[in-house]
Design a protein around this ligand. Structure first.
Ligand code: KG4
Ligand code: ZN
Length: 340
């Protein structure tokens, strides 16, 4: 059988990434150039700065990904690229590069939903995993519980009503002086903190698997302000650990409920927050207790990367779902929307 090589490209936010994937699951290369140091100066991602940095990095990153794969550009079967959701200017850089390559090589270009890419990280980690399954997608912009019946067939079982989990991590990190990027810094600080030091609120909705993280975000702010006003000492590590514990508990509880309600027996984890150490640990414990098959991609496949985009593109390629050279950025793309 002729091998199928997909070049994946990801530029939706602050990582410029390219990957070469063989036959849907074999990652030959996965180059990720992070802009974190650049955005740290501003305390968060600045869209205009991100676009300009992507323009600078995109060709060297693609070049390195192809070289590291040991393959020649001419051997690539198709180019898969994130076309949304994400920052418009950032997305356009990857899309333009992907279309130019596809045009020059005479191969198809395939537009990929970034969230679908995150979900596909699970098929890279566990090549025998296939839908139907439930996936908890927790990133900077999403906190969704999704029932995946088959590729492209999604049912949202629960979603955040305000902040995404990653957004809450980032905002709380700023409140307690940890800075940017918040998620990994809270994870690290929490390791030496007491998770039972402060009781932060956990929001559940009756009859719904929705999430809400704005309450806990405000509670952390109020706690810090109160302590400061009273001139009392408080511990960054304890607050980080207590906050992380509360968020992980809500995510785990609703995920297990979602699997049970859907009548399925498989749970997957996706998105940047999926690399959180406590969330991974608690989900593993809960899934084992309930006899649920759990898929947790390694951290580098959880945060933004092009291998997951190449995997989603491969699955679309096999299904004949390719895009035209008029493919455009869709910053507000919703999971399940058709991409042309
Ligand atoms: O999926 P991702 O890399 O980009 C988006 O598509 O949004 O997710 C980024 C989010 C950020 O909010 C970041 O703080 C969070 O994932 N994150 C974490 C961890 N690593 C990244 N949150 C908690 N714990 C972590 N270890
Ligand atoms: Zn992402």
């Amino acid at each position: 059988m002729k091998e199928i090589l997909i070049l994946g490209i990801e530029t939706s936010c602050d990582e410029t990434s390219a990957s070469v994937l063989k036959n849907g699951t074999e990652v030959l290369s996965n180059v990720i150039s992070s802009q974190i140091d650049l955005h740290r100066l501003y305390g968060g991602v600045v869209p205009e700065v991100a676009s300009r940095k992507h323009v600078e990095s995109i060709i060297p990153v693609i070049d390195r990904a192809v070289k590291e794969s040991g393959k020649a550009l001419e051997e690539i079967s198709a180019v898969g690229v994130t076309c949304g959701p994400g920052l418009a200017g950032a997305l356009l850089v990857g899309i333009s590069a992907a279309k130019a390559l596809a045009f020059a090589l005479g191969i198809p270009v395939i537009g990929v939903d970034h969230i679908e890419g995150h979900i596909c990280a699970n098929y890279l980690e566990n090549p025998d995993l296939e839908p139907p399954l439930v996936c908890l997608v927790v990133s900077g912009g999403h906190s969704h519980l999704i029932k995946i019946t088959s590729d492209g067939e999604y049912e949202v079982l629960g979603r955040t009503r305000d902040d995404a989990a990653g957004e809450a991590f980032d905002k709380v990190a700023r409140t307690i002086g940890l800075g940017y990027p918040g998620g990994p810094l809270i994870d690290k600080a929490a390791a030496s903190g007491n998770p039972d030091a402060v009781r932060f609120p956990k929001t559940y909705f009756s009859e719904s698997l929705d999430f809400s993280f704005s309450g806990i975000k405000t509670a952390v702010l109020n706690y810090v302000n109160n302590m400061e006003r009273k001139n009392e000492k408080w511990s960054v590590e304890d607050v980080a650990a207590s906050f992380q514990k509360a968020v992980a508990e809500v995510l785990v509880t609703n995920s297990i409920k979602a699997v049970k309600q859907s009548g399925l027996n498989a749970l997957a984890l996706a998105g940047g927050v999926a690399s959180n150490s406590l969330l991974r640990l608690e989900l593993e414990k809960a899934a084992a207790k309930e006899g649920i098959r759990l898929s947790v991609p390694r951290p580098v496949l959880c945060t933004d990367n092009a291998a997951m985009i190449a995997c989603a593109a491969y699955r679309k390629f096999i299904a004949g779902k390719i895009s035209g050279l008029d493919l455009n950025a869709i910053p507000g793309l919703k999971l399940g929307d058709i991409i042309y």
